[in-house]
Design a protein around this ligand. Structure first.
Ligand code: ASP
Length: 344
């Protein structure tokens, strides 16, 4: 009797060893975005389109390789975002849009799904990688969000070199600023109202952002977002990207989300956290929850944009309500996917 019990214990532990060896094949996944907006195929030369796709591929593969080697989702998210921040094609880091006054003010945030630790920076002007600084805020400070000069003092204390603001300059973003200012000034001349003038700006003058969400083999989710904000922003405007719950959210029990779009709406509707709450409390899939919020809640009120979502099983969803969103994904069960326009 005792012998057979012993045998049963051995058998069951062998079984759990078998499970553990399956756990080595645990799901892992990453998704990235490079902004949503009025993105039409006709606006690209074939060569430009190829370059955008190549950069998206490089970013998603960079993050995926971290995960495949058993690395942490936080590292995968940071590595993928660094690739996009360093590219002039996307509105983050190099390539950031201009403020009304002709400068660049950058926002970023990152969240760890394990324990809901988070870090964010807003309105920084001299930090090459805002996502890296957001991560330092999470890991090395007692705060969640630092802004402007104070954030840069903290960066200096952490040994982060400060750079000239004009290192973020690109010609194409400058042209967008001139177009935007022209429209703003014309609208202001008739309405004399800055708010109305700003509303009159087509959304594609204003948007862009980069982000990443990932699940690692240990089952930990992470999300991060980095942006130059909106073209011609004024008065120290801060968007949703550095706001935990609005532009970025991650918790292991539900999902990880990074958003891009008209930040004011994403803040007011607490978009990233709302998606995860629907997953957690209503047992919705990320496809249902993402669609409900992006198309059901935001679209009718004019909140243009999209999100990338990964859940704790490695499922991926990339909903948006604009004509395009730069996006890519890869998981241990799905090959690299890259998309720009709606119909792909
Ligand atoms: N959400 C960003 C902001 O409002 C911009 C964007 O994603 O396009 O600052």
């Amino acid at each position: 009797m005792i012998k057979s019990l012993f045998a049963a214990i051995i058998a069951s532990s062998a079984f759990s060893y078998a499970n553990i060896s399956y756990a080595a094949e645990a799901p892992f996944a990453i998704a990235i975005h490079g902004g949503a907006g009025t993105i039409e195929k006709s606006a690209f030369t074939p060569e430009q389109e190829k370059q955008y796709r190549a950069k998206l591929t490089e970013a998603v593969e960079t993050g995926y390789n971290v995960l495949a080697k058993g690395g942490e989702s936080l590292d995968a998210v940071t590595a993928a975002i660094n690739v996009l921040e360093n590219s002039p094609y996307f509105n983050a880091g190099r390539g950031a849009v201009y403020t009304y006054d002709g400068a660049h003010e950058l926002d970023a945030s990152i969240m760890d799904g394990r324990d809901r630790q988070a870090g964010a920076v807003a309105g920084v002007k001299h930090v090459e990688s805002p996502i890296n600084l957001a991560r330092l805020v999470m890991e090395e400070s007692v705060h969640v969000m630092l802004s402007g000069q104070g954030a840069e003092e903290f960066a200096k204390e952490q040994g982060v070199p400060l750079i000239e603001n004009n290192l973020f300059d690109t010609e194409s973003r400058y042209k967008s600023l001139l177009k935007a200012k022209d429209k703003l000034d014309k609208a202001k001349a008739t309405s004399k109202d800055y708010q109305a003038a700003h509303r009159a700006l087509p959304v594609n003058y204003k948007m862009g952002t980069v982000g990443a969400v990932a699940l690692d083999k240990k089952g930990n989710l992470a999300a991060g977002t980095s942006t130059g904000g909106m073209t011609a922003k004024r008065f120290g405007r801060i968007g949703d990207s550095p706001v935990i719950g609005a532009g970025t959210f991650a918790e292991n029990e539900s999902c990880a989300v990074s958003a891009t779009g008209h930040g004011e709406y994403f803040i007011r509707y607490n978009v990233a956290a709302d998606i995860c709450a629907r997953v957690k409390y209503q047992n919705k899939t990320i496809i249902q929850a993402g669609d409900e919020v992006v198309n059901g809640v935001l679209k009718p009120i004019g909140g243009t944009g999209g999100v990338i979502i990964v859940d704790n099983k490695g499922n991926i969803s990339l909903p948006f309500n604009t004509s395009g969103m730069y996006r890519a994904s890869k998981s241990n069960t799905q090959p690299t996917y890259v998309g720009i326009f709606k119909s792909e």
